[in-house]
Design a protein around this ligand. Structure first.
Ligand code: HEC
Ligand code: HEC
Ligand code: HEC
Ligand code: HEC
Ligand code: HEC
Length: 503
């Protein structure tokens, strides 16, 4: 009998202080927290293994509040024990005589069994909760909707982008543990900033310490794949009564690839080709003013320093520099915001706004450019303004096209809601898009003939119109090239309505 009880005896001796010191209110609160979180978790278990709920607030409870309660409880138990231990020591009562635990007592055995079972269960629950929280924090829903107001502009533009099926973390964090840890630490600071309302409106760009684009974008877009030309057709509609359409046709000289004739030519090849490195000095934090560019190609040994002709060389050389990557051109691959003219042009091209409404392009842009204090105000006032214009200005048109006017008004309101976010101070043009040169400086930040080689002033950054694209047609009503290619789309066929002649 004696030999058999030695292990339980030792266990008993070891457990005695644990049970004794647990008898304090902090540990008891801890036990209550752990048990209630565990019970709640049991109830939510079926949902936990399924998809995240549609409701972000429910998700915040299950993936953040629940684990927080659970682990807070787990921590409180030993904290209470330690505090009690300290108190007893101070009072000189420790090591006092601990009440002996009698293993023969079925009471104690049950307690022991209970402790073992709960510990195992706690480990399982804790593990699952942690896994689920970490997983949830990487979801589009968490990134895009938890801090509802803050992320609204980015989440909205994202949903309307070619990347709407790519998770936020794929671009913002990328693969591997070190950036994940960095971003989690930064994320805690950001959640805190949102909770206390201490964040900038709009969120400033460029995003600080964003992972180098080549490690994120190239997960999906590998450079070997870039060797080709790309046809771009841009539709525009004029301010006249007929909303006359014109079309620009560009053959984008993309080039690129890792070897072969295009590796160093074209847009991708010139900046990303094998051995190429481009660094630039920027005079503003938004990287919109670039008075210094350093080009090196380790394969050919060529290296050039370009400095703006009117700049002070020494001052410019002290500017912070950055290694050029995808995001210096593609800074809006997913959070692309439109300007009013572009958005209306696209809606007209897609038939969401009918070409048959006289002066609709001009009116639509004017209405969009007005200030509206909130989404609710815009949803009401924008369709009303267009309705008013046709109702009072062009009653004959209105009589025949009331439904078309209504649809155009709703489309306009939707455009506004995708691009303007008063609560984040985001409005038309807040975030410049660096692809191109017509709406923002874009490529011409560097490709400005002012930027000349220091060694040979006659070598300039090119602005030649056919280097980056072949201009196949420029704002022509029906470009010959499109009919040659057999892709000339007919203009909308509805009979043009008779205008009342109102301006
Ligand atoms: C295809 C890659 C990609 C995806 C997917 C993506 N982002 Fe971005 N994000 C970017 C780039 C690039 C920038 C701009 C960086 C810069 O200009 O410095 C950016 C910028 C931002 C900014 C700064 C403000 C701004 O508009 O520039 C926020 C906030 C942001 N993203 C949140 C999100 C959220 C939330 C999601 C998911 C709903 C998401 N992003 C998905 C690439 C991405
Ligand atoms: C997880 C994969 C993934 C990542 C990461 C990713 N993309 Fe994409 N990207 C896509 C997919 C899918 C498309 C859509 C292709 C299509 O529509 O044909 C796309 C489309 C694009 C397009 C063409 C858009 C258009 O209007 O046709 C560009 C430009 C682009 N991505 C740039 C980037 C940049 C820059 C990054 C890094 C910031 C990036 N992508 C990161 C998957 C990804
Ligand atoms: C010098 C500026 C520049 C840099 C740097 C750059 N791109 Fe591009 N990229 C462009 C332009 C311009 C286009 C053509 C856009 C258009 O007209 O639709 C383009 C097109 C693309 C497309 C769309 C191709 C298609 O078939 O539609 C993808 C994808 C892309 N780039 C990915 C990348 C990735 C990934 C990187 C970084 C490794 C990168 N780009 C670096 C300027 C750049
Ligand atoms: C950060 C500065 C910078 C920006 C921004 C930039 N480039 Fe460049 N680009 C360069 C440098 C440097 C060269 C190489 C110049 C040389 O060879 O000396 C170059 C060369 C080129 C070439 C090859 C020129 C030739 O003569 O063959 C093309 C095409 C090109 N860029 C297109 C673009 C396009 C399109 C954009 C905008 C989407 C753009 N670049 C934006 C720095 C820039
Ligand atoms: C450094 C490269 C580069 C040079 C040089 C350049 N462009 Fe462009 N251009 C672009 C890019 C990139 C776009 C954007 C294509 C897109 O929207 O995807 C563009 C777009 C355009 C567009 C369409 C604008 C629109 O409304 O969307 C026109 C027109 C145009 N360029 C004309 C010119 C003319 C004229 C010149 C000569 C003065 C010129 N470009 C020089 C890179 C260049």
């Amino acid at each position: 009998m004696n030999g058999q009880t030695s292990i339980p005896d030792r266990l008993r001796a070891w457990l005695a202080p644990y049970v004794y010191f647990s008898n304090n209110w902090i540990s008891l609160v801890g036990v209550v927290l752990v048990t209630s979180a565990a019970v709640l978790w049991l109830f939510m278990l079926p949902a936990a293994f399924g998809q995240e709920s549609e409701n972000p607030y429910l998700n915040i409870i299950t993936v953040m509040a629940l684990p927080a309660t659970f682990f807070a409880g787990l921590i409180l138990v030993p904290v209470g024990q330690l505090l009690r231990l300290r108190r007893e020591r101070r009072a000189g009562r420790y090591p006092g005589r601990l009440p002996t635990l009698d293993l023969a007592s079925p009471h104690l055995r049950r307690l022991l069994l209970f402790l073992i079972v709960t510990t195992v269960a706690n480990l399982m629950i804790g593990g699952q909760l942690t896994y689920r929280s970490v997983h949830y924090m990487e979801s589009v829903q968490f990134c895009g909707t938890t801090c509802h107001t803050v992320m609204k502009p980015e989440h909205t533009s994202y949903q309307n982008s070619p990347h709407s099926r790519v998770e936020c973390v794929q671009c913002h964090i990328g693969p591997g543990a070190s950036w994940a840890v960095r971003s989690k630490i930064d994320g805690i600071r950001q959640v805190w900033a949102v909770l206390v309302g201490d964040y900038s409106r709009p969120i400033p760009v460029p995003v600080k310490d964003l992972r180098p684009a080549r490690e994120t974008c190239e997960q999906c877009h590998w450079p070997q794949k870039f060797a080709y030309n790309k046809l771009r057709i841009i539709d525009k509609f004029a301010d006249d009564e007929a909303n006359t359409r014109s079309r620009t046709v560009l053959l984008m000289r993309l080039g690129g690839g890792t070897s072969g004739p295009h590796a160093h030519s074209g847009i991708h090849g010139a900046h990303l080709g094998p051995g190429v490195s481009i660094r630039y000095g920027h005079a503003d934090t938004a990287r919109q003013q670039i008075p210094r560019i350093l080009y090196t190609n380790s394969n050919t040994g060529r290296s050039v320093e370009y400095i703006a002709a009117d700049a002070n060389r020494d001052a410019v050389r002290r500017l912070p520099t950055r290694e050029m990557d995808c995001m210096d051109c593609h800074n809006r691959p997913t959070h692309a915001f439109d300007l009013p003219e572009r958005a209306v042009d696209r809606a007209l091209a897609e038939g969401l706004i009918s070409m048959s409404l006289p002066f609709v392009k001009k009116q639509a842009v004017e209405i969009l450019k007005q200030a509206y204090a909130s989404e609710a105000e815009a949803s009401a006032k924008i369709p009303a303004a267009l309705d008013m214009y046709y109702r009072t200005g062009q009653p004959a048109v209105y009589a025949r096209n009331a439904a078309t006017v209504k649809q155009a008004g709703e489309t306009l309101a939707a455009i506004w809601k995708r691009n303007v976010f008063p609560e984040m101070k985001v409005t038309w043009g807040t975030y410049p898009n660096n692809i191109g040169h017509t709406d923002f400086t874009g490529c011409f930040r560097c490709h400005d003939e002012k930027n000349v080689s220091v060694a040979d002033q006659s070598v300039k950054m090119t602005q030649d119109c056919n280097t980056c694209h072949s201009l196949l047609a420029m704002e022509e009503p029906s470009p010959k090239i499109l009919s040659e290619l057999g892709i000339e789309e007919a203009l909308p066929t509805e009979a043009a309505p008779v205008s009342d002649g109102a301006k």
